[in-house]
Design a protein around this ligand. Structure first.
Ligand SMILES: [Zn+2]
Ligand SMILES: [Zn+2]
Length: 641
């Protein structure tokens, strides 16, 4: 018999050679119907594979990331089978699962392939899926593997086999199709109920431009037809909300090749939005005891040698800026922390002075390959809402709780209601790879766990996910489309205080090292604004809108009245503008709708004569006419809610 430990800690005994699927069946038939694969002692396996010794087993379903990945990778085999059936002689490269779905790189020879053929491939895949073909695993020798693909004439598989060691090679077969693969796969093809080929692109074999360009087919599959429908709807919606598209329409930000790729230009309205965000956070930070500091955009090479950034990122980063005479080298600032450590060191610190909390909206620059750049979410220059807290080890928990409060305050004010937090701890079996004493780690880890629990956060704990310099807490928000984004982060750091020899004098009159906490509720303003735009589809909360109203005079005659209204609103700190263009009122309304300006105030003859405004709300339509005082009251109420 073997002992199987399940994730809830329960222990069950089974005959040696029992498979994860049999374990699932012994628990419930319903569960077994949903099992796609299993994690056996941390490795993902075929659910049908025999377990020969005591093990920790986690059954994986569609609801697990690894379960989904196994499903999608297996679907790549199914697509290959369909392609081989439809286009005999097709050669196959690699077919991995990706974040959503999978792809397969294939060589169609001289055939010109187009997306017109997607439908027949989808149909073939579904036809094959219904036959419930099993994915069967077979270990093969290197010589046999070479023979098989030599006979088949697939030079790509042969190229892959070349790098594999004898004894580690497995084939998987479903139906008439056999692939070189280390697995795992789902039990059989009948789990795949919905198929959609998404796009086709060129991809060089092994990413090498000197080698042949293959055809990469992207696709996605689901265990239920309704899930595919939902997914396609979500994609449509995401396209409409794409921050790059809305950012342009709403005139928030722009990019210029002349300025440089990945370097966003904030246009006046975007800058106003950003300023509102920073003011909002800064106000909350002052209340929470932070002090604002300002540091330069570049730092001496020695600063980054001390911090360790030079050794770690020097060659992969922007290259140094050199002074013409002294021959000194400076780097664009990749992080604010080293500068803040130097600020901490400007005077002696006593245990009574701690914690010290330095905040800075610090702009940093990191080199990203041009192909990786994406709107505001992957850029080369961005501003972090950064802060570093220097505290005693016994203060870590309290500081964490305060930072959690701040992060939740930010999420609440911006309409992110669905979030989880990931606690990243040390790998308990490999403590040597982390810096800092055991005692401090134990204290910090329990502090984070307790702080999160006391704040009622929904958390997942991940062992081995901590940085080498300390444990951390990351916030993941789910946006209105159900997509997950990592936003705020709080990290404990034992490394920089050591490297910068930071000290404070304890109550024992001895020198001690403070603990450093890095934290950024937004992460970066660029990324946060991108997520926010897509989350609220550009309809920012009123308090954040760079333009809260637009006055639309029906003709030139009413401009003086419009100006008077605008002045009166601005006196009450409500900001907006007047559309002075010589356009029809219908056109002015449509343009204001595109720019998602929350309130439109239409003024014509009646309004001017009676001292009123006709109010339209974005996305809602006509609210009727009212006096300017009434309108102000309504807006102020909405902003303070
Ligand atoms: Zn495979
Ligand atoms: Zn930092």
């Amino acid at each position: 018999m073997i002992n199987i430990t399940l994730p809830d800690g329960s222990l069950r005994q089974y005959e040696k050679g029992t498979s994860s699927m049999q374990i699932a069946q012994s628990i419930s038939e319903g569960l077994a119907r949903n099992v796609l694969a299993a994690e056996v002692d941390g490795q993902v396996w075929d659910a049908g594979r025999a377990i020969e010794q005591d093990a920790h087993v986690k059954l994986l379903t569609w609801n697990d990331l690894q379960g989904k990945a196994t499903f999608w990778h297996s679907s790549a085999h199914l697509m290959a089978e369909a392609l081989e059936a439809l286009y005999p002689g097709t050669k196959f490269g690699i077919g991995p699962a990706i974040e959503t779905g999978f792809y397969y790189d294939v060589d169609f020879g001289d055939r010109v392939f187009s997306s017109d053929e997607f439908k027949q491939i989808e149909d073939k895949m579904l036809e094959l899926a219904r036959t419930k073909e099993e994915f069967s695993r077979k270990a093969v020798s290197k010589a046999d593997a070479i023979d098989y693909f030599t006979e088949k004439g697939d030079e790509y598989k042969l190229d892959l086999i070349k790098d594999l060691t004898d004894g580690s090679i497995t084939f998987y077969t479903q139906g008439n199709f056999t692939d070189l693969c280390r697995g795992p796969h789902i039990p059989n093809t009948s789990f795949i109920k919905a198929v959609k080929l998404m796009s086709v692109a060129g991809a060089y074999w092994r990413g090498d431009e000197s080698r042949k360009q293959l055809t990469r087919i992207y696709a996605v599959t689901f265990p239920k037809a309704s899930e595919l429908t939902e997914y396609l709807h979500m994609l449509e919606e995401a396209k409409k909300r794409d921050h790059r598209k809305l950012g342009k329409e709403m005139e928030l930000f722009a990019f210029s090749e002349k300025v440089g790729m990945g370097l966003p230009l904030w246009l006046p309205k975007g800058a106003a939005l950003r300023e509102r965000l920073t003011n909002f956070l800064q106000k909350a930070q002052v209340k929470a005891g932070y002090e604002q500091v300002i540091t330069p955009h570049i730092g001496h090479k020695n600063l980054y040698v001390t911090s360790g950034h030079y050794e770690k990122y020097g060659a992969d980063s922007f290259q140094p800026i050199k002074t013409p005479q002294e021959g000194e080298e400076f780097f664009l600032k990749p992080m604010n922390c080293p500068h803040h450590c130097e600020i901490y060191k400007t005077k002696p610190r006593s245990y009574k002075d701690l914690p010290v909390r330095y905040a800075e909206f610090g702009t940093v620059y990191r080199y990203e390959q041009s192909g990786e750049l994406h709107g505001l979410t992957r850029v080369r220059g961005f501003t972090q809402d950064d802060a570093h807290l220097f505290c005693r080890p016994d203060q870590v928990k309290d500081e964490f709780k305060k930072v959690i409060d701040l992060v939740l305050y930010v999420f609440g004010a911006l309409g992110f209601e669905d979030y989880t937090a990931q606690v990243s701890l040390r790998d308990p079996n490999n403590k040597a790879k982390y810096i800092g004493t055991d005692e401090n780690w134990a204290l910090a880890e329990s502090s984070i766990i307790e702080a999160a629990a006391e704040k009622g956060l929904r958390t997942v704990v991940e062992y081995g996910e901590a940085a080498f310099y300390g444990p951390k807490l990351d916030f993941m928000v789910r946006d209105a489309l159900g997509r997950k984004w990592q936003l705020g982060t709080i990290q404990v750091d034992y490394n920089l205080p050591e490297r910068f020899e930071l000290e404070y004098t304890g109550s024992d009159n001895q020198k001690h090292r403070p603990v450093m906490i890095h934290r950024a509720p937004f992460g970066s303003l660029e990324r946060f604004v991108a997520v926010l735009i897509e989350h609220c589809a550009g309809n920012f909360p009123l308090w954040l809108s760079p333009e809260q109203f637009i006055i639309l005079p029906i003709s030139e005659k009413y401009e003086d009245y419009a100006k008077k209204l605008s002045e009166s609103l601005k006196d009450s700190d409500i900001c907006g503008l007047i559309d002075f263009r010589d356009e029809k009122i219908g056109r002015k309304i449509r343009d204001a709708e595109v720019k998602k300006i929350p309130y439109m105030l239409i003024v014509g003859e009646k309004e001017t004569a009676e001292g009123l405004v006709s109010v339209r709300k974005h996305g809602e339509g006509d609210l009727g006419s009212m006096s300017i005082e009434e309108f102000k009251k309504q807006i102020i109420k909405e902003i303070t809610v």
